[in-house]
Every structure is written in structure tokens, then in C-alpha cells.
Design a protein around this ligand. Structure first.
Ligand code: THG
Length: 784
């Protein structure tokens, strides 16, 4: 980054928001409007940070996007233009255009598409560039997908340096489940000039996360922590870490190798002054980043170090059923393959949808998005169409592998730029204009050519994986040995990781599995890292497990022993239930279509309530507990919730048929504004409807005025409000106040994971409903 030409360290400024609150910003006021309405205050804060020693000041434009500004009289361009001008007026050396999250969730968690998010960021980037910002700071991002949209928007619409920092919770993950290693791997791949962590945590809590970032980041690392974890003292939020202590932490960060330090919420010019003192006398830390071959989804990084399994099953070649699914757009079948392979232990999934009659660009993009909705296994994009590859890699939330490039000049010129731009790892096939060479030495030469080419495009060596190509033993018996030799050569001579499509070897022979696994063992012995195989083949997976023991990769054979015992118990279980999955399993795995089908079947013999009480609720409880234990993350939670929703819809249809729904007691339900988690509300609704109540469901993220308006319109006696997040419980309180003002006789019950009976009382609710059953009791009470 230009900025580092003559400087090892850079000091950023501290908080803007909390400083503005001190200066009179009211809750609910948009700080960005101060650029135009109280510009002197903004200029003053910038100046105080420059005086404290900040090299870079950050514009007051965190929320200056078209969503947040839609109801006010200033355009994104006006707010940003003034914001940059005010920052420049401080005479800071550099001005960073600040870009925060858009404030709405992206698909599949929310409703904003990746492209829409990109467009929103693009407008900010262009406005900032035209106003003369020196660099772009994308910060306080929880959703890696949003970070990707923002970084692409920044890089495609400006040539300014880009810094991106994400925000982690105390459990070490972002709100949507990304860990610091994954964030670092993916952002780095996208070509940011500097990355790191900001907000939410204090310096103490950030230290372990910063260490992880430093372990993988080849670019300079930035840390902007809060002045400690905020505490509530009376009515006031207090940040406990004072400037001296903040300086001491800065010292520690510098020692670890952090090069850019500033502050987030609760920090002041005094904090920055202490940071400046530390930096002025700091000695650059020596930092050695070990190159590792990694791929990642949004919540999981797979390291290809010794052996990682790539699942081959999402590929129409030789598979009638898969071809049919692709032609008829039966995504559920394809998604089931993703789930099955993941459960069988695949580390990475190859995705190939190439069929002459299928629009590959569209299908590959779609299926990649859909697969990411059901599994967290990193993906390998397999196509011979560069446009389809780019379309899929662009919308992929993570760092994928591209399968593949080869030694042909034309091919390298097409694929390398895509891999470089999106930070994908890359499989290189050892063939070129002259075809597949016979000997191992010739294949090594092509591998070397591909490596040189990749490096000339700035692709890191560790991101290239070489496939020495498997021939069939039936037709080209002599060449099998050359493949094994080539794997060993590529490893020894070039130090590159290797992949092979193992099952090619057995075409045309009987007992293919035996041939496959014998070949697999031989190639693993030669140093193969990434076998592309069918993970549902127990023989193959067991061979790999055994190899890991022999290769000293599985310490004390722990995994192997676990696997063997699992095999035995699985075998017994299967004998019992004949392989049919329970409804609970289908929900946990997020198999929406199958949940629907199963519920339809179950309704023949069971009452709707029986299914809800004995399947939906206990399973959701179980999932909730796993979520709390961090065994699964928000995307999985939501996808199980979606599956339950599908099941509930089926039940609702049935309930509507069964009940005469005309003259019932009305209950209004809504998930409050700002909250998009409505699964609890949906269950409550089902239960209430089953007990004969007429439920008016306003949905999720419902504005306060809408709730009041609808409650009055229907003249309801009972209203149920739900909120899952601590941040939206506040809106619940405001909603209750508004309702009580207009409808003093109406009763309000509240529910949601973070609520307690005491808290429900504090915010003015009449009842606290711990779950749907409690809601029924309350409803019966109110309407008795
Ligand atoms: N190298 C790289 N990528 C590859 C290959 C490779 N991708 C595709 C292929 N080869 C590996 N993947 C598959 C996918 C499907 C099948 C084989 C390899 C397949 N197998 C059975 C068959 O051959 O009839 C069908 C199995 C079934 O009935 O389900 O179709 O070499 N980089």
C-alpha cells in the first residue's frame, strides 16, 4: 500500500459516534446528517484527533448509504462529499472514506441480494472517490458476504487502497459465524491492502483474535478496538478502558506485529494520543506468515495440508439421476448430495453442472448459492466455461477452488485473472496444446509452466494445486505408474500441493472400488493431498482414515478409532430403522422439501399438534442449544428454521381445512422492527391457530406504526410481540409504549430468547410467554 512507502506504522483516529453523543447527538439521530447540519462539530472532532497524532482520519460517513438516507433530504453524494471535505479540513495526512454495513441482512439470511449490496456500496465508493478520499475503510462488518460485496465495489470502482475490518463477538466469531482465520483468508484473497478487526470488543478480548489474523495475513494488520466492553451504569453506557491502559494494549499489539492502530466506540483523542506515543518509539516486529493452502466457506476454512477429501458427486457425468435433476431444476436432489457428502466427511465439494442443454452460467451461480445455504463445506467450482466459473466465483461467499486451468496458453490467460481477482485457489491440469504427456517428467514441466504463469499474475504459489491426471488402467495401463511418479515429482521439485480424480482409473474394469482404493493408497503414498472421490464410498474413506494413521497425521489414531466405532454403531442403527431419517434429522439438516413431504405423510396418522409438540419444538430446542454451544451458526439455525416453516405451512393448510376459522377470538402477532428472526413467532402462531384462535400475523421486522395501526383496525384484545436479539428488544419496548398509548385496554404478551419475565415487566408487557404453550395459556386467560 502506498501509505506504507515510508512508514511502518500508522495511527488511525478514534471514535466518532460516541464523541458525537457527548456533543449532543440524540438516540435515533443519524450522525451523518451532522456533516451538513452541525459541520463545525464534525470538523472539531477530526481536528482533535489530528492534534492527538492521528495520521489518518475517518470520514463521518459510516451509514451514508442509500438505505439509511432514504427518508432524509440529503443524497448519499451530498453527505459523503461534505464528509470528505470536513475530514480534509483537519489537515490530516490521509482521509479514509468510511463505509459501514448497509444495515440489512443479505441473502440467504435476509432479503438484500449480493448485487443490490454491491450497488449500494458502489455509489458510496464513487462519491468518496470523487470527493477526494485517499483510501477506503470498510468496517464493522459481521457478514463476510457483505464484506465481499463492499470490497469488490471498492476495487472495481476506484483505484484507492482498501482496508477492511470485521467485527467479532466475545465467542470469537462474527454475528453470522465467521471466524478470524476465515475472514483473513477470504478478504486477503479479494485483494484488500490491509485487514483486521474493529468494534464490539475491547483490546483485551481482541488479542487472541488478532493473533489468529496475524498468523494468516500477508498484508498489514489493523486493530481498532473499543475502549473496553461497554457497561451500563444507571442510564449511561460507560467504556471502562482509559487512555493509559489503551496505550499499554497498543504496545502489546505492536509487539505482535500490528501496524495500524486506532480506536472504535468509547475512544477519545486522549486514547489516540497514547497510541501515538507508543507508535513513535515502536520497533517493527518481525512477522513470518507461513503459506498455507486454504479454501473457505463463510464459516469454515479447510486447510489442504496433508490430505483433504474433495467430494465428486455433484457432477452429471455418468449419473442419470443427477442429469435429470439438472434438467428439471430439482435442486433438492442436488442439495441432498451436498449434505450427504458433507456428513460422510468430505472436506471440500466439487460442483459441476455442465450439461449441453443447461445454461451453465445461470445454473452454476444458482446452485453454488443454494449449496451454501445448506452446508458450510467449502466449494470447488468445476467447469470448462470461464464465464460460468467467474459468475459462480463472484457470488461465492468464501474462498473457492477453481477446477481448473491447464497448461494451454489461451486457457491460462482466461483463468488466471479470475483466480487472482477473487482470490480463488486453483487446480492446474498437466496438459497443454500437445495433449497429456506420457511421462512424469513432461507433466512436471507443464506443472512448472502453470506455476510460472500463475506467479506472473500474482497468484500465490500455495494457491496452486496440481492435478497430474489419472488415465484408465484398462486402456492406458502403463500411464498409471507415470501419474503416481508425477505426483511425487511435483511435490518434490515444485513443493506444490496435488489433486487427482481418483476414480477415473477404474473405468472399464470390474470391482472398480477395489481398483480405486488400491490406486488411492498408492497415490497417497506418493504425496497426494486432495483426492477427488466419492465420499459415500466407505472403502475409500476408510482407506484415507487408515492412511492418516500411517502417515502420522491422525495423532494416536484418535480419528481412526472414532470412525471405526462409529461405523459399528451406525451399522446397528441402520439395521433398526432401515435407513429412514427421522423428521428431526431432516430439520437439523435443513432439508426443506423432505420435511414438507414427511409432514404430509405424518398428518395421515398424527394430529398437527402432536407433530409440533413432539418433533418441531424439541428439535428446535436441540438446535437452539447447539447454537448456544457454538456447534452450529446462524446460517444453519436459519436453514433449520426454514425447514420447520415449510412443515408448518403444510400443517397450516391442514388446520385451515379442519377448522371453521370465521368467528374466533383474534390475536395479533408480530416480530418487532429490526428483527428478522420469526421462527418463535411462527410456532406460537401455529399453536394458537390449532387452539382455535384467529391469528393476524404481521410478519417480521414490522414497523411500530404498522403494529399500532393494525391492532386498532382489528380491535384486538391480545397482541404477541417477539424479538430474538438484544438489540431489538429496545424496539419491543417502544412498540409496547405506542400500543398502550392508543389502546390502553389491550393486553400484550412478549417472547424471545433474550427476554426474561423480569425484563418483560420492565418494558411494560402484561405477560411473558416462555414458549408457544405459554402463549396458549395466556390467550385462554385473556379470552376466558
Ligand atoms: N481431475 C479434476 N477434476 C475432475 C476429475 C479429474 N472432475 C471430474 C472427475 N475427474 C472427477 N469426478 C467424478 C465425478 C463423477 C464420476 C467420476 C468422477 C462418476 N463416477 C461413476 C461412473 O464413472 O460411472 C458413476 C458413479 C455413480 O453411479 O454414482 O460418474 O480427474 N481436477
Amino acid at each position: 500500500m502506498e501509505l506504507f512507502k515510508d512508514k511502518q506504522f500508522l495511527v488511525f483516529d478514534g471514535a466518532m459516534g460516541t464523541m458525537l453523543q457527548e456533543a449532543g447527538l440524540e438516540p435515533g439521530e443519524l450522525p451523518e446528517l451532522y456533516n451538513l447540519e452541525h459541520s463545525e462539530k464534525i470538523a472539531q472532532i477530526h481536528k482533535s484527533y489530528v492534534a492527538a497524532g492521528a495520521d489518518i482520519v475517518t470520514t463521518n460517513t459510516f451509514q451514508a448509504n442509500q438505505l439509511k438516507l432514504q427518508d432524509c433530504s440529503y443524497s448519499v453524494e451530498e453527505v459523503i462529499k461534505k464528509g470528505v471535505a470536513l475530514a480534509k479540513s483537519s489537515n490530516a495526512k490521509w482521509v479514509a472514506l468510511d463505509i459501514g454495513p448497509i444495515g440489512k441482512m443479505l441473502e440467504p439470511l435476509g432479503e438484500v441480494s449480493f448485487q443490490q449490496a454491491y450497488e449500494i456500496f458502489k455509489r458510496q465508493v464513487i462519491a468518496g472517490r470523487e470527493a477526494g478520499a485517499d483510501l477506503i475503510l470498510i468496517e464493522t462488518i459481521s457478514d463476510l458476504y457483505e464484506a465481499k460485496a463492499a470490497v469488490l465495489a471498492a476495487k472495481e470502482n476506484s483505484s484507492l487502497p482498501v482496508i477492511c475490518t470485521m467485527t467479532f463477538q466475545e465467542d470469537g466469531r462474527t454475528f453470522v459465524g465467521t471466524d478470524p482465520q476465515t475472514a483473513t483468508i477470504v478478504l486477503q484473497g479479494l485483494g484488500v491492502d490491509c485487514l483486521g478487526i474493529n468494534c464490539s470488543l475491547g483490546p483485551e478480548e481482541m488479542l487472541p483474535l488478532v493473533k489468529t489474523v496475524l498468523q494468516y495475513a500477508k498484508v498489514p494488520v489493523i486493530v481498532q478496538s473499543n475502549a473496553g466492553l461497554p457497561k451500563l451504569e444507571g442510564d449511561e453506557t460507560v467504556f471502562p478502558v482509559g487512555s493509559q491502559e489503551f496505550g499499554a494494549y497498543a504496545q502489546e499489539l505492536v509487539k505482535l506485529g500490528v501496524q495500524l492502530i486506532g480506536g472504535c466506540c468509547g475512544t477519545t483523542p486522549q486514547h489516540i494520543e497514547e497510541v501515538k506515543k507508543v507508535i513513535t518509539r515502536a520497533i517493527p516486529a518481525e512477522r513470518r506468515v507461513k503459506p498455507v493452502t486454504c479454501v473457505a466457506s463463510a464459516t469454515k476454512t479447510a486447510t489442504i495440508n496433508q490430505v483433504a477429501v474433495i467430494g465428486e458427486r455433484i457432477n452429471p457425468t455418468g449419473k442419470k439421476r443427477m442429469k435429470e435433476a439438472l434438467r428439471n431444476n430439482q435442486l433438492d436432489f442436488i442439495l441432498a448430495e451436498a449434505i450427504d457428502q458433507t456428513k460422510a466427511g468430505a472436506d471440500i465439494l466439487d460442483v459441476n453442472v455442465g450439461l449441453p442443454e443447461v445454461d451453465e452460467c445461470e445454473m452454476l451461480e444458482k446452485i453454488v448459492k443454494e449449496i451454501q445455504g445448506v452446508v458450510d463445506t467449502p466449494l470447488q467450482i468445476d467447469s470448462s466455461n470461464p464465464e460460468a466459473i467467474e459468475a459462480a466465483v463472484r457470488v461465492y461467499n468464501g474462498k473457492p477452488i477453481i477446477n481448473s486451468v491447464n497448461g494451454k496458453k489461451e486457457w491460462m490467460e482466461k483463468i488466471f485473472p479470475i483466480a487472482k481477482k477473487y482470490g480463488a485457489a486453483l487446480i492446474g491440469l498437466t496438459l497443454d496444446e500437445k495433449g497429456i504427456p506420457e511421462t512424469a517428467e513432461e507433466r512436471l514441466a507443464i506443472a512448472e509452466k502453470i506455476l510460472k504463469g500463475a506467479e506472473s499474475y500474482g497468484i500465490a504459489k500455495e494457491d496452486l494445486i496440481i492435478d497430474c491426471l489419472v488415465m484408465t488402467a484398462s486402456a492406458q495401463q502403463k500411464m498409471v505408474e507415470e501419474t503416481i511418479k508425477a505426483v511425487a515429482l511435483v511435490k518434490r521439485e515444485l513443493g506444490l500441493k496435488t489433486a487427482l480424480g481418483v476414480s477415473n482409473v477404474s473405468f472399464g474394469l470390474p470391482n472398480r472400488e477395489l481398483i480405486n482404493r488400491t490406486f488411492l493408497a498408492a497415490t497417497l503414498g506418493a504425496g497426494l493431498n486432495a483426492p477427488i472421490i466419492d465420499p459415500l464410498s466407505k472403502e475409500m474413506m476408510d482407506t484415507i482414515a487408515a492412511f492418516k494413521v500411517l502417515n502420522n497425521q491422525d495423532q494416536e489414531a484418535e480419528e481412526f478409532i472414532k470412525k471405526i466405532t462409529q461405523n459399528i454403531s451406525q451399522h446397528n442403527q441402520e439395521a433398526k430403522v432401515q435407513g429412514e431419517k427421522g423428521l428431526d434429522e431432516l430439520i437439523i439438516e435443513g432439508r426443506q422439501g423432505e420435511v414438507e413431504e414427511r409432514v404430509i405423510k405424518m398428518l395421515v396418522d398424527h394430529k398437527p399438534l402432536h407433530i409440533i409438540d413432539n418433533y418441531f419444538i424439541p428439535t428446535l430446542d436441540k438446535i437452539g442449544q447447539s447454537y448456544e454451544r457454538k456447534e452450529l451458526f446462524l446460517p444453519q439455525l436459519l436453514r433449520s428454521a426454514e425447514a420447520v416453516k415449510k412443515g408448518l405451512e403444510v400443517i397450516k393448510m391442514k388446520a385451515l381445512q379442519d377448522l371453521n376459522s370465521s368467528n374466533k377470538e383474534k390475536i395479533l402477532l408480530a416480530t418487532v422492527q429490526g428483527d428478522i428472526h420469526d421462527i418463535g413467532k411462527n410456532i406460537a402462531k401455529m399453536l394458537l391457530e390449532n387452539y382455535g384462535f384467529n391469528v393476524i400475523d404481521l410478519g417480521k421486522d414490522v414497523p411500530i406504526e404498522t403494529i399500532v395501526e393494525k391492532a386498532m383496525e382489528h380491535d384486538v384484545k391480545l397482541i404477541g410481540l417477539s424479538a430474538l436479539m438484544t438489540t431489538t428488544v429496545r424496539n419491543m419496548e417502544i412498540t409496547i409504549k405506542a400500543l398502550k398509548k392508543k389502546m390502553p385496554n389491550c393486553k400484550i404478551m412478549v417472547g424471545g430468547a433474550v427476554l426474561t419475565p423480569q425484563y418483560a415487566q420492565t418494558i411494560g408487557a402484561d405477560f411473558y410467554a416462555a414458549d408457544g404453550q405459554a402463549g396458549i395459556k395466556i390467550a385462554k386467560e385473556v379470552y376466558k
